[in-house]
Write a protein that binds this ligand. Structure first.
Ligand code: EPZ
Length: 441
C-alpha cells in the first residue's frame, strides 16, 4: 500500500499543466481496436488506468508503444476475445471492449465490472443497446462473465431509458462499423464523447450529433489508422482550480478549456470566486467563500466528479451548504475522512418525488436511497489526521484537504489517485507542497 505524508499550509504557487483527459484516453484506446491499421494518440495521460487498458490491447492480440505522452496501438487481428477477471477488476471501463470485440471478432467474454466503490455501476444499459444491435449477451453468475456473440452488428434506432456516459460511447464504437445507420436517442452530452466522436471520424467513421441528445452513426465497412490528440481533462482542471482557490490564488493552470466546466465557473463565481484568464491559462482565487449548495447532474450539469473538491471548498465557506449527489449511490467516501480532519458535515436523505426518475442510478424498490446528500457547515479550520482513499476523486479531495490543513496528514490507498492523476505528488511538490510518497511493505 502506498501513502502520502503531507505537511499542510505551505505556500503554493507556480504553474501546472492539465493532462490529457482520462475519460477520453481510456475510450480511444478501446476504439483504436476497430481497425487493423496502426493508430497514434497524443496527449495521453500516463496514469495507471491507461496502462491497464494498454495491457488489455496485448491480451486481445495487439501491440502498443509509448513515447513521452504519445501511444501507438496496432491490432492487426483479434487473437483473443476474452478479458481476464483480473484486468476487468482493475478498471470498470474494460467492459467497453465488448464493442470492438463484437464488431471485429463477433464474440466477447468480459467479467461483470459492477461493484465499484462509488456504487453498483452495472452495465445493463450498455448490454440492452448492444442486444438491440444484434448481439446475444448472456450473464453467467457462476463465473461472473458476460458471454456475447453476434452474426454481425446492425444499425438500430435506440433510446436509452436513462443517461449513460460510457453506455453512449459503447454504442458509438459498436455502431461505427455496423451494417446500416444507428440513431442513439437520449444520448449523453459529455464533452469527452465529442472527443471520441472526432477521434473515430478521423479514422473514417461517419458520426454526428444530429440533434439534442441524439447521435447518428452511418456504419462504414472499414476504419483506417489515424493520429489524434485528445482534449484536456476537465475533471482535473476542477481539482487544480479548487486547490488554487483554497491556497491563496497563486497557482496558474494551463491547457484549460473553459467550455466543459462552464457551470463549475458559474458556481465558483456565485460562491465568491473569480479568475484571470490569459488564453488557456487560468488563475483562480477567492477571498470570502459563500455557502452555495449544489446538486450534481448529467452533463451539462454540475458533474459528480467535481462534488468532492467542491465539498472541501465549502468547508471553508461561510454558512451552511448542501451537496445532493444524483448520479451515483455512493459517492461520499471522502466525508468520513474530512470529518476526521475537523470538517462539520452531516448526511441526510432529501425528499424526492420520484426517486427512480430523479436519480441517474438504478433504483429497484422505488425508494429513495439513504444519505444521498450532505450538509456542510463552515468555515472550519482543518487539522491533520490519518485518512484512507476510497475512490479516485475522493482521494484527490483528501490530498487538497491535507494541503490546507494544519499539521501532518497521512493518506493511505493513494494508488486510487494515481489511476487518474499523472504524477500528482510530483506536480504538487513543484508547486511548493511538502509531500512525501512512502511505499508500505
Ligand atoms: C463515466 O462513468 C465516467 N467514467 C465517470 O468518471 C463520470 O463520473 C460519469 O461518466 C458521469 O460523467 C468514465 O468515463 C470511465 P454513466 P459511468 O454510465 O460510465 C448507472 C471518474 O472518476 N448506470 O453515465 O459509470 C451508473 O452506475 C469516473 O473519472 C447503470 O445503472 O457513468 C451510475 O450510477 C467516475 N447502468 C449512473 O448510471 C448502466 O448500464 C451514471 O453512469 C450504466 C450506468
Amino acid at each position: 500500500m502506498k501513502k502520502y505524508v503531507i505537511n499542510g499550509q505551505k505556500k503554493l504557487s507556480g504553474t501546472v499543466a492539465v493532462s490529457g483527459a482520462k475519460n477520453v484516453a481510456l475510450k480511444v484506446i478501446i476504439a483504436a481496436c476497430l481497425t487493423d491499421e496502426p493508430v497514434t494518440i497524443e496527449n495521453i495521460p500516463l496514469i495507471s488506468d491507461v496502462f491497464v487498458m494498454l495491457e488489455l490491447i496485448k491480451e486481445i492480440g495487439g501491440t502498443y508503444k509509448i513515447e513521452d505522452h504519445t501511444v501507438t496501438i496496432h491490432v492487426p487481428e483479434i487473437k483473443n476475445t476474452e478479458i481476464s477477471l483480473e484486468s476487468g477488476a482493475k478498471t470498470k471501463t474494460s467492459s467497453m471492449f465488448l464493442a470492438p470485440l463484437l464488431a471485429r471478432a463477433k464474440k466477447a467474454k468480459i467479467p461483470n465490472p459492477g461493484g465499484c466503490r462509488i456504487g453498483a455501476r452495472p452495465i445493463d444499459r450498455h448490454i440492452e443497446g448492444l442486444e438491440k444491435m444484434g448481439a446475444t449477451i448472456g450473464y453467467h453468475s457462476e463465473d461472473g462473465y458476460f458471454n456475447a456473440s453476434t452474426e454481425g452488428l446492425k444499425g438500430v434506432e435506440y433510446t436509452f431509458d436513462k443517461n449513460t456516459h460510457t453506455g453512449t460511447e459503447t454504442l458509438i464504437i459498436a455502431a461505427s462499423t455496423a451494417t446500416g445507420t444507428t440513431i442513439i436517442k437520449n444520448a449523453a452530452e459529455e464533452s469527452e464523447i465529442d472527443d471520441l466522436i472526432a477521434f473515430l471520424n478521423s479514422m473514417g467513421a461517419k458520426i454526428n450529433r444530429s440533434g439534442y441528445r441524439e447521435i447518428t452513426i452511418d456504419g462504414v465497412e472499414k476504419l483506417h489508422g489515424t493520429t489524434y490528440s485528445i482534449m484536456s481533462d476537465s475533471n482535473e482542471v476542477v481539482t487544480w482550480a479548487i486547490l488554487a482557490a483554497l491556497s491563496g490564488g497563486e497557482i496558474k493552470i494551463t491547457k484549460v478549456n473553459p467550455e466543459p466546466i462552464k457551470i463549475f465557473l458559474e458556481k465558483f463565481k456565485e460562491a465568491g470566486g473569480n479568475w484571470e484568464a490569459n488564453a488557456d491559462e487560468y488563475r483562480l482565487y477567492v477571498s470570502d467563500i459563500k455557502a452555495l449548495s449544489i446538486q450534481t447532474g448529467i452533463y451539462p450539469g454540475f458533474m459528480t466528479d467535481w462534488q468532492g473538491p467542491w465539498a472541501l471548498f465549502e468547508t471553508q465557506g461561510r454558512g451552511v451548504s448542501v451537496i445532493h449527489e444524483t448520479i451515483y449511490e455512493n459517492r461520499f467516501g471522502y466525508v468520513s475522512e474530512l470529518k476526521k480532519m475537523g470538517a462539520k458535515i452531516k448526511f441526510f436523505t432529501p425528499e424526492v418525488d420520484n426517486p427512480s426518475e430523479f436519480y441517474n442510478f438504478n433504483i429497484e424498490n422505488g425508494k429513495s436511497p439513504e444519505n444521498q446528500a450532505i450538509e456542510i457547515s463552515g468555515p472550519t479550520t482543518l487539522h491533520d489526521a490519518i485518512v484512507k482513499v476510497t475512490d479516485l476523486r475522493a482521494g484527490a479531495t483528501l490530498v487538497l484537504a491535507a494541503l490546507i490543513a494544519k499539521g501532518k496528514t497521512i493518506i493511505y490507498g493513494v494508488e486510487q489517485i494515481e489511476r487518474g492523476y499523472e504524477d500528482f505528488a510530483g506536480r504538487l511538490a513543484m508547486l511548493g507542497a511538502d509531500i512525501e510518497v512512502i511505499e508500505e511493505a
